[in-house]
Design a protein around this ligand. Structure first.
Ligand code: PNS
Length: 166
């Protein structure tokens, strides 16, 4: 099969080093990898979808087969619109498994042709999450090593603007 496309979906609020590691590794498995910034209705995002997509674009400039898109509908509709073969998700720990299994099964129930492929997070990133990044940054801590260097300023600037508003 030629031109295999994978979709790596998520909230990416913001992108972490864990996400970037999955993007790099998944980009080697597909001809094209689309990182899709989607709506998770159970989360209240801090960054706008465009801000999140822009931060991902900044950090994936060197990956020529990676594209970043925003989509507000169902993941399966996006996957079909892009004629992609698979959804890629990262698993950090057993605790991720139950939720991810449910999502993968739901997506397969909606469209039986869509496969979900899981990549295990690197052990170094297994504690990382976007929520932890926001918590450290909000508390004035150093987020170097948690997120790509290119977006540290974007995150801290937005947080300090937000803190001034309060
Ligand atoms: O990074 P997250 O928040 O764990 O990613 C979850 C996400 C955005 C991939 C999921 O909520 C999603 O697929 N949203 C799009 C809407 C959808 O298709 N929902 C039903 C399947 S979860």
């Amino acid at each position: 099969m030629k031109n295999r496309t994978g979709v790596y979906p998520g909230s990416f609020d913001p992108l972490t080093n864990g996400h970037l590691d999955i993007i790099r590794r998944a980009s080697k498995l597909f001809d094209k990898l689309i990182v899709a910034v989607l709506v998770n209705s159970s989360k209240k995002p801090f960054f706008s979808m465009e801000e999140r997509a822009e931060m991902i674009r900044k950090c994936t400039k060197d990956l020529k087969n990676v594209e970043v898109e925003i989509f507000s509908g169902l993941l399966v509709d996006f996957v079909n619109e892009k004629k992609a073969q698979a959804i890629v998700k990262g698993l950090r720990a057993v605790s991720d498994y139950e939720y991810e299994l449910q999502m993968a099964m739901l997506n397969k129930h909606i469209d039986k042709n869509i496969e979900t492929i899981f990549l295990m997070a690197d052990i170094e990133n297994s504690f990382l999450s976007s929520s932890i990044v926001k918590e450290v940054a909000t508390g004035g801590g150093n987020i170097a090593g948690l997120v790509p260097d290119e977006i540290i300023d974007d995150i801290t600037t937005k947080l300090s603007k937000n803190n001034k508003k309060k």
